[in-house]
Every structure is written in C-alpha cells, then in structure tokens.
Design a binder for this molecule. Sequence first.
Ligand SMILES: [Zn+2]
Length: 297
Amino acid sequence: MKNFDLAQTFQLDGLDVRGRLVRLGPTLDQILKSHDYPEVVAEMLAETLVLGAALASILKYDGLFTLQVQSDGPISLLVADLTSAGDLRGYARFDADRVAEAQTKEGAKVPRLLGSGHLAFTVDQGPDTERYQGIVALEGGTLAACAQNYFRSSEQLETVIFLGSEKNADGHQAGAVLVQRMPTDKKKDSDEAHEEWHRVVVLLSSLKLEELLAQNLSPDDVLYRLYHDDGVRTYEPKILQHKCRCSRQKVATTLKSLPRDEVTGDDGGAHVNCEFCATDYEFTQTDLDKIYGTDEA
Ligand SMILES: [Zn+2]
C-alpha cells in the first residue's frame, strides 16, 4: 500500500500556517490485529494513534512521545506511543459490557465511549532531560476537538485537526490533517489575517475522509487539492512502522522490581502479556529463581 504509514509536514507560504498530514494503513492494521477489540474500540484506538502521530510530528524530540486518554467510561484507557525513529504502538482498555451498551446509544463519541477524564501527552527524551507534558480535560465531542482545546487553552495556538478512520477490504486506515497558526504571524490581529486563517479552516472542513485516505492520491495530491491557492509547500514524509519495544529481558527487569509473591501464579511461574503487542512471556519457577537470584541459594 503506497502513500500510507507516514507523517508529512507542510506549510502554507505567506500565511504563517504550518500543518501535518498523517496516514496510517498497514501499520495501523498490524497494531489492531494483535488484539481482538470490538470495532468501536479499534476505531477509537485508530483515532488515538493517528492523533498521536500528528501531535508527535509537530514536536522536535529525540526519544518517546506518548499520548494517553484516561477516563471513567466504557473505554477507560487509550495509549499511543511513537519513538522519534517512527516506531508506533498502542493499546486500549475497556469494559466489553459497557462498550456494547454505549453502542446502542447515540451521541458524540467522547462523552459516550470515554466519559470524563483527560487527554495527556508526554515527551520523554531519556534520563537527565526535562519531560514535556501537556494535559487537557476531555471536553469535546471528539478526540480532535479535545486536542484543539489543549492548544487553545494551554499554548494559545489556534489549531484545527481533522481526523477519521475506516475499515475496508484492505484493513483499517486512519488519517489526520492538522493546521496551526504560528505565533510568529506578525499581522496576526489584522482582519486580513483572521480572514486568511478562516479560509484555511473552511478548506480543511471541506476535506472528506475518503479523499484523505484515497489510495490513488499521494499526501501531496491531497494537500495540493486543499491548499494550492495558498502556496502549499510539502516536505519529505517521515515513515512510521509498527514496532513494540517489549522484550523478555525488559519483562524480567520489571518482574524483579516487584515482590515475587505478587507475580507468581499457582504453578510457581509468572505469565506476562504485553498490553501493546499481546506477546505472551512465560517464566517458569526456575526462570524466576534466576531472576530473583535465588537459584544458587
Ligand atoms: Zn510488546
């Protein structure tokens, strides 16, 4: 599948507007395939992943970006994380009965499926570096609206995000376009600048999901169709791929940090399932002896 699994930077020359276009295809499908989520949960995770990739791509970082949506509703946790190398992974936690019940109701996705809570993102660049964090309450009908609220309230950056996902014969796909008015816009408060920004927003709202995800259109084609009158300039896209960072060694280290009786099952071993990629890690009693350093005792 060409033209998918990428994040592309663009800017509108002369308007002090920057943007990002993200398209996820096979990468998204791999992430969702390792789980057996109800379709509505898969959809929300797809939106979280594509939103996470869009937000990550506007930040300069060397390390790990994480987007977390935590709430008290049927879907209680959505996580997407993306390394600066383009490795993407994610998972969801949910209550199947409550999700089924929520599907019989009508209304905007966030209040219905997530309830109240918050959307938070962090950038972790390793030890001895400052952690960057943004957080906003889930006040909005969609994840995109909640993220827009964050930029308006915390960063005073006018931002509009269009995103969506779909499932077809080729699997799951998701896409996002984010446009942001730069604070450097000198004529920011003039009527002309307001009108220009308004036009950027109106044009984005004319975008259709099927157009954003059309396999015969490259990201450049999509952006050119939208913003050719505004001198859209696009940059080399960043490639995204599904890759989990879990390993037997990392799981062993985590186990070691916990009291042994808390991790030990009835058979004397430990069974750990990676929430991100669903890989099972089995540790026998002998393995645990080694981990806890009791084998020679
Ligand atoms: Zn994993």
